[in-house]
Ligand binder design. Structure first.
Ligand SMILES: NC(=O)c1ccc[n+]([C@@H]2O[C@H](COP(=O)([O-])OP(=O)(O)OC[C@H]3O[C@@H](n4cnc5c(N)ncnc54)[C@H](OP(=O)(O)O)[C@@H]3O)[C@@H](O)[C@H]2O)c1
Length: 267
């Protein structure tokens, strides 16, 4: 049975901790916000320290959590040294690492290229960040999840369920991620650790050029009809499903790949 004690003030021995990668922007920042509002403490991970600090400051203002309940960890998950850096950090911060109950693999990169034009370098980089780093971090953090009978949630993509043209490397990396999440769910169930993936459709975040473009409204008019529900999604709508999978009521859910996409994967 998982422990879902929450303490909005944060950072005591019973407050669960969520470890969120890519928490400095977009979906990851929204996930961190949702968990903070539900009373969890957070480890906010990404490369850009200033973006993580910004997220932590905003969450502290919104929830009243003290800064030591919102830890930031600047880490390039593509760097092979990230494993030893993270291991050292977990040891040095046992007051936080002992409470990690949810690992959310959200960091990811997206590139468009046709199969004939995509380069080896690009395929390697996309797989490194979207898949291999996820597996490496899970290996390092598994003792925390096991100890707390927690769960792992991967932010995948509808493109991993159903590709569209010119997204070959990205879609393949997310399809592999989906498959691995299910393998891991089978392997970790014996320890009471659950694993699920959320597959967003088109979400309004900095991963897309249109997010800050001056002609954004025109782009949204083109994108909206692609979804049966008539609009693209917002980061908090993905965060809701991630929270649902981590929070109380999902203790019997593992190995699922859940689209959060306005219905785009149906058409
Ligand atoms: N937006 C969409 O339409 C959409 C749809 C389906 C799936 N997704 C998935 O959702 C996830 C979040 O993306 P987003 O849309 O929120 O875009 P985003 O704002 O660009 O977020 C991506 C995050 O990943 C982090 N990141 C990238 N490379 C990293 C590395 N090597 N080490 C550590 N952190 C790294 C970035 O932080 P730093 O730059 O600071 O490192 C950034 O905060 C991704 O996995 C993406 O594939 C997004």
């Amino acid at each position: 049975m998982s422990v879902f004690k929450s303490n909005p003030a944060g950072n005591d021995k019973s407050t669960p901790v969520a470890f969120v990668t890519g928490a400095g922007s977009g979906i990851g920042a929204a996930i961190a916000e949702r968990f903070a509002k539900e009373g969890w403490d957070l480890v906010l991970v990404g490369r850009r320290q200033e973006a993580l600090t910004e997220t932590a400051k905003r969450l502290s203002a919104q929830t009243g959590k003290p800064s030591d309940a919102l830890t930031t960890l600047s880490l390039d998950i593509a760097d092979p040294d990230s494993v030893s850096t993270l291991s050292r950090w977990l040891k040095a911060n046992e007051n936080v690492s002992n409470r990690i109950q949810c690992l959310i693999h959200n960091a990811g990169i997206y590139e468009r290229a046709s199969s004939l034009q995509s380069t080896d370098t690009s395929w390697h980089r996309i797989f490194e960040i979207n898949l291999f780093a996820v597996i490496r971090l899970t290996q390092v953090l598994y003792p925390c999840l096991k100890q707390n009978r927690g769960s792992m949630i991967a932010v995948s993509s509808t493109l991993g369920l159903r590709p569209v043209k010119e997204t070959g490397a990205y879609a393949a990396s997310k399809a592999a991620l989906n498959n691995w999440v299910q393998t891991f769910a089978l392997e970790s169930a014996i320890d009471g650790v659950r694993a699920n993936a959320v597959c967003p459709g088109i979400i309004d975040t900095p991963i897309h050029g249109f997010h800050t473009a001056s002609n954004k409204e025109d782009t949204l008019k083109v994108l909206a009809p692609m979804q049966p529900l008539g609009r693209i999604g917002q980061p908090h709508e993905v965060a809701s499903m991630v929270w649902h999978l981590a929070g109380p009521g999902s203790e019997w859910i593992t190995g699922t790949l859940i689209p959060v996409d306005g219905g785009i994967s149906l058409v």
